[in-house]
Design a protein around this ligand. Structure first.
Ligand code: 1CP
Length: 348
């Protein structure tokens, strides 16, 4: 590892003491940045994703601009779905849209297997460039099977996931096959990113908070357990994140992961005391506060930091992604605050 390499984030993932609280932000590369918007004018989302030099450049934008302690690969959770036969595009202002949604067992059987060498060389090439150039760890990522399935079955973003849940409840064997295939793909995809140089991986189960704990345990937990268990031997920190998942935290805590990402609906103290989470934690500032007056944002960020730093193993982040209306200046100020406030507290 290079001598100037900043491994604060990796140490926090492993619950080791750190001189200050490391920070990165979900969706830290995106439309709130003028530089991103400029590149996006020239390319479609997938073109940016498919050209390793562009992908690497966009990944590095927030690292240089904000001073965060980790980079996250610029891609999307639906990126590996195209090569297995899902006709997905990213529509600006909407998100992933799929023209051939999954309806039945035959559709699931038709899904191919991911071959990293022929299917995603642009991802592994971008990771290699970044692993070589970055002075902070690169986080690789994948979507979790439930969240991917929600796009594949609904055909795009959804509010209540009725079609997804209908498959889960009415065709449990089809559902199980879909979960199995997506889990295999996720494992292959993350292993390829790790082999190319990703230093940690995050699995985004953004929409799994829509299911009850009983249904999570029956229809989803075994798949997640298999994914994380089979990645354990890579030795890199494994992070799992979902939105609105307070009621699932006890189950999440039983998974072989290193870090759990929290949204803003539960406090860090609640996660640790009420839900008994003993993993490292990442989160969880309410993203809407990025539009509040600085004094309000500062006060709330300090509250989050005070709770987070009660135990080793804490990474500052938002409770969900940055959104286009945010300002680069606010993100810079917030990053500096996380570093200075946590450093000062550490010395006290
Ligand atoms: O810095 C980064 O984080 C950029 C890399 C990144 C990641 C980690 C992107 C780029 N997408 C994601 C993950 C992702 N994609 C998730 C999990 C995280 C989360 O919950 O936000 C999800 C659910 C998606 C699906 C998706 N892709 C959406 C959400 C749609 C919905 O259902 O509400 C959207 C809007 C996209 C498009 C997308 N992905 C990434 C960017 C920068 C964009 C916007 C593209 C553009 O128009 O420029």
């Amino acid at each position: 590892m290079k001598s100037s390499f900043n491994d604060t984030f990796l140490r926090a993932c492993r619950k080791e003491p750190t001189p200050y609280v490391p920070v990165w932000y979900m969706r830290q590369a995106g439309r709130y940045q003028p530089e991103y918007r400029k590149i996006r004018e020239k390319y479609s989302f997938f073109e940016m994703n498919y050209i390793p030099e562009v992908c690497a450049e966009v990944t590095k934008l927030p690292v240089d601009q904000l001073g965060v302690d980790a980079a996250i690969l610029f891609a999307d959770i639906v990126t590996p779905l195209k090569p297995i036969g899902v006709d997905v595009e990213i529509r600006s202002g909407i998100g992933p849209v799929i023209d051939n949604p999954i309806r039945n067992t035959a559709d699931v059987r038709r899904l191919g297997e991911l071959d990293p060498v022929s299917d995603i060389p642009f991802i592994t090439d971008a990771v290699k460039i970044l692993a070589n150039e970055l002075r902070v760890p690169l986080i690789g990522f994948a979507g979790a099977p439930f969240t991917l399935a929600s796009y594949m079955i609904e055909g795009g973003p959804s509010k209540n996931y009725y079609k997804t849940k209908a498959m889960m409840f009415t065709a449990p064997e089809t559902w199980a096959l879909l979960m199995e295939k997506l889990a295999d793909m996720t494992i292959t995809y993350l292993r390829a990113q790790i082999a190319a140089g990703a230093k940690a991986v995050q699995v985004f189960d953004s929409w799994v908070g829509a299911v009850s704990e009983a249904d999570y345990r029956e229809f989803i937990f075994p798949t997640m357990h298999r994914i994380f268990s089979s990645l354990k031997d890579t030795g890199v920190p494994l992070i799992y994140f979902g939105v609105g998942t307070g009621h699932l935290l006890r189950s999440f805590n039983e998974l072989p992961v290193d870090v759990l990402g929290l949204d803003w609906r539960v406090t860090i103290t609640q996660a640790r005391t009420e839900y008994g989470v003993d993993k490292a934690l990442q989160g969880n500032l309410e993203p809407a506060l990025l539009l509040a007056p600085w004094e309000t944002l500062e006060k709330k960020a300090k509250q989050v930091l005070d709770e987070g730093t009660e135990q080793p193993g804490y990474i500052f982040n938002l409770g969900h992604g940055i959104f286009p209306q945010c300002s680069v200046e606010t993100m810079q100020k917030l990053t500096a605050l996380v570093h200075s406030y946590s450093r000062k507290n550490g010395e006290m």
